[in-house]
Ligand binder design. Structure first.
Ligand code: NDP
Ligand code: GDP
Length: 333
């Protein structure tokens, strides 16, 4: 029989890639979307799946709407991808971040327990929960957590409440501890997309400088399209569990800049990058590098897109998009 999934955060980067994957697998896909004066379905449109999703209006801070969404969708699987997802903003909006990323998850779990207790639940957990634990080696599922931002602290609460509902009520609850993952539809506030968008605009003469914060941070960057497959695989396993999803490689922001400017054939990126203290964080995470050996062993998952390919994919897509925007503006004149 055809399966039904409810995806929160469907308009985001991962929501769009996951919706595409689930539709390819013949799921009926419901997506929870927040009311907005200007709703944006760009990511789903970019992947060509916007019209194939059934949308339900709702907000993770509003329990009534969550109950309604679950009652309407009667899902077999629920993927909770909705979040205030930007670490940087979490210092400015710590309460909202906790309301969505922590309390929102309790509301969701509680509604599932009441209405569809046999539904399977996926929680978008994050490598940010590790903080600077184990800086010298690979982080694993057993590395101690030491969250360093209001974002990570709220996500850690969610991680534990998900485990607790599994242990207390026997619900199928899985945490995917995902390391940074990017794509051409990554939000432009994140460093990778900020760089590739900036590189495209510099290449096409619209901008001269990209203003950045700490260039020494190291991240384990993978491709969002690969990572949503791991989410789905966790939900098909016989037993619920928590898994790291990562590439096992780590690179600095400088490495990313090197590759991105090289791809656009712009020499000397240092001439186009300015350090701006506004983009430095009150508490930094220096190195993230995860071992996905458990996911490889138990789920047979592995990342396909390599770091260099990812950077090139994002630069090429942004150059194409900015070129199109310039043409569209010229045609309007
Ligand atoms: P995005 O920022 O692209 O998407 C977040 C989505 O959440 C958006 O659709 C947003 O809706 C929605 N949302 C925000 N607040 C609410 C709310 N109160 N009620 C309902 N929906 C809401 O994030 P990603 O796709 O990159 O990430 C998906 C999830 O994975 C997030 O939970 C993130 O924290 C987590 N994660 C991401 C990683 C990454 O590297 N991408 C790494 C590890 C974890 P709207 O469009 O209305 O703003
Ligand atoms: P995060 O790992 O979820 O916080 O993802 P980001 O892409 O937001 O940040 C990754 C790293 O890039 C962090 O260590 C940031 O401090 C660093 N960074 C340096 N300059 C910038 C910038 O201008 N914007 C962002 N978002 N991050 C920056």
């Amino acid at each position: 029989m055809r399966k039904t999934a409810l995806v929160t955060g469907i308009n985001g980067q991962d929501g769009a890639y996951l919706a595409k994957l689930l539709l390819e697998k013949d799921y009926r896909v419901f997506g929870l979307v927040r009311r907005s004066t200007r709703p944006s379905f760009h990511n789903l449109e970019y992947l060509g799946v916007a019209s194939a999703v059934d949308y339900i209006e709702g907000d993770l801070t509003d329990e009534v709407s969550i109950f309604q969404a679950i009652r309407l969708a009667r899902p077999d699987e629920i993927y909770n991808l909705a979040a205030q997802s930007f670490v940087g903003s979490s210092w400015d909006q710590p309460i909202l971040t906790a309301e969505i990323n922590a309390m929102g998850v309790v509301k969701l779990l509680n509604a599932i327990k009441e209405l569809t207790p046999h539904a399977r639940f996926y929680q978008a957990s994050t490598s940010e929960m590790f903080g600077n634990s184990n800086r010298a080696g690979l982080q694993t599922e057993n590395t101690p957590f030491h969250p360093r931002s209001p974002y990570a602290i709220a996500k850690l609460f969610a991680y534990w409440i998900v485990n607790n509902y599994k242990e207390s009520y026997g619900m199928f609850c899985a945490n995917g501890i995902l390391f940074n993952h990017e794509s051409p539809i990554r939000g432009k506030e994140f460093v990778t997309r900020k760089i590739t968008d900036g590189v495209a605009r510099i290449k096409l003469g619209l901008q001269d400088t990209i203003r950045l914060g700490n260039l020494e941070s190291k991240r384990d960057w993978g491709f969002a399209g690969d990572y949503v497959e791991a989410m789905w695989m966790m939900m098909q396993h016989a037993t619920p569990d928590n898994y790291i999803v990562s590439t096992g490689e780590t690179h600095t922001i400088r490495d990313f800049l090197d590759l991105a400017f090289r791809r656009a054939e712009i020499k000397n990126w240092k001439d186009h990058v300015a350090i701006d203290p506004r983009f430095k964080r009150p508490a930094e995470l220096f190195t993230l590098q995860g071992s996905c050996s458990k996911a490889a062993r138990k789920l047979k998952w592995k990342p396909r897109v390599k770091f260099e390919e990812l950077v090139e994919m994002m630069v090429d897509a942004d150059i194409e998009r900015v070129t199109q925007e310039i043409k569209n503006t010229a045609n309007k004149r």
